[in-house]
Design a binder for this molecule. Structure first.
Ligand SMILES: [Zn+2]
Length: 375
């Protein structure tokens, strides 16, 4: 077992389920155990460590490798410590057939291990950068509200490049979509079910709205495309309306997930929906239900640090992904960001989450190569 495999197994054995996904007071909830483990490990290696309170009992971990010379650039390694729900056998790491199984193996304790492993290697080696500060941030709450990265952004934390850990199969990702959650409501007039003509049916109105979103609107989205991200999308995810068979329903409500491209904002989406509903004579109110903005992320692949990273990863071009992550928060707060990490997003959030040991080791090699190439 290599030191990196051991490190990942230790991380998986420490539950850090996002509290949003479990009952209050659950023993597996929160990032504290992982945070304390990272602090101990980094402090033992002589690194400068700090915990930074974000929410009650939930801290970001900030580990710095400060250069001997003057700091001319800052690189951030930013994986998240929280996972989706986990129980029983998912909390027991299993190494089998070149894979490590367990909750968080790829999303993103694999990235935590590879990034911390890389930092420790660079710190212990002779040719460490003399003018580059490397900052590892173990973030809380990526899976729910991204409170960890948002707290750093609010504190005006900035760097020259953030490498956000997510399972990209060691590809370099320079763009991802944004995400809007919308609640759409139609109102009707209640009446006795025996005399529907005396009322106005809010469900019928919403049925027209759903039809419109899934046909005309979806077709209009297909005419927009981004070279790395493809087309924006809409998904109607839930519906609720009316009370009982013999009452004409006076309300109906749907939730929809709208994935956005760079350039699309909450305001532009709201405007185009309002115009569409007006054109079809539908009265719909639209509300945003995400607690905080989830904007698209796009970083110029020609930036020298991105080019250097591509070289270390032996990749010609950066890619785009569909999922939202902390990179958006860093990027929109002024730090150019890429997403990079071992493992496949296809295994994230699944019942049998795993990561290939070869991926884990490869990610560390790429990161070490990149960090050592910096002055
Ligand atoms: Zn993740």
């Amino acid at each position: 077992m290599t030191d990196l495999v051991k490190l990942l197994c230790e991380l998986i054995a420490l539950p850090s389920v996002n509290p949003a996904f479990v009952e209050p007071g659950s023993l597996v909830a929160g990032e504290r155990l992982v945070a304390e483990f990272l602090v101990r490990t980094a402090a033992n290696a002589g690194l400068d460590v700090q915990m930074s309170r974000v929410l009650p009992d939930r801290d970001n971990v900030i580990i710095r490798l400060t250069p001997r010379g003057r700091v001319r650039r800052r690189i951030v390694l930013a994986p998240h410590m929280d996972t989706v729900g986990a129980s029983g056998s998912q909390l027991k790491p299993v190494l089998k057939g070149g894979r490590i199984h367990g909750r968080g193996a790829c999303d993103t304790k694999g990235s935590v291990a590879a990034m911390l492993g890389a930092l420790l290697d660079v710190a212990a080696g002779k040719n460490r950068p003399s003018q580059t500060e490397i900052i590892f941030t173990g973030l809380i709450d990526e899976e729910n509200n991204q409170s960890g990265s948002r707290a750093l952004a609010k504190a005006k934390f900035k760097a020259d490049l953030a490498i956000v850990g997510e399972p990209t199969l060691c590809e370099v990702v320079s763009a991802h979509k944004g995400d809007l959650w919308l609640k759409l409501t139609t109102k009707g007039v209640a009446a006795h079910g025996a005399t529907p003509s005396l009322g106005r049916n809010a469900i019928l109105e919403m049925a027209r709205v759903v039809q419109l979103l899934e046909t005309e609107y979806a077709a209009s989205l297909k005419t927009r495309t981004h070279p790395l991200l493809g087309i924006p999308t809409i998904n109607v995810g839930s519906i609720k309306g009316g009370r009982q068979p013999n009452i004409v329903p006076d309300f109906c409500e749907i939730s929809a997930d709208r994935r956005t491209l760079p350039g699309e904002t909450q305001a532009t989406v709201r405007r185009e929906l309002a115009a569409l509903f007006k054109k079809h004579g539908l009265a719909v109110t639209v509300a945003d239900t995400k607690g905080a903005p989830c904007l698209p992320m796009e970083t110029n692949g020609k930036l020298p640090l991105v080019q250097l990273f591509l070289k270390a990863a032996q990749r010609k071009q950066p890619l785009g992904v569909h999922y939202f992550c902390d990179a958006s928060i860093f990027s929109n707060a002024g730090t150019p960001s890429i997403v990079f990490g071992p493992g496949d997003i296809a295994q994230a959030h699944t019942a049998d989450e795993w990561i290939a040991v070869s991926e884990l080791e490869r990610a560390r090699v790429v990161l070490v190569k990149f960090l050592r190439s910096l002055p």
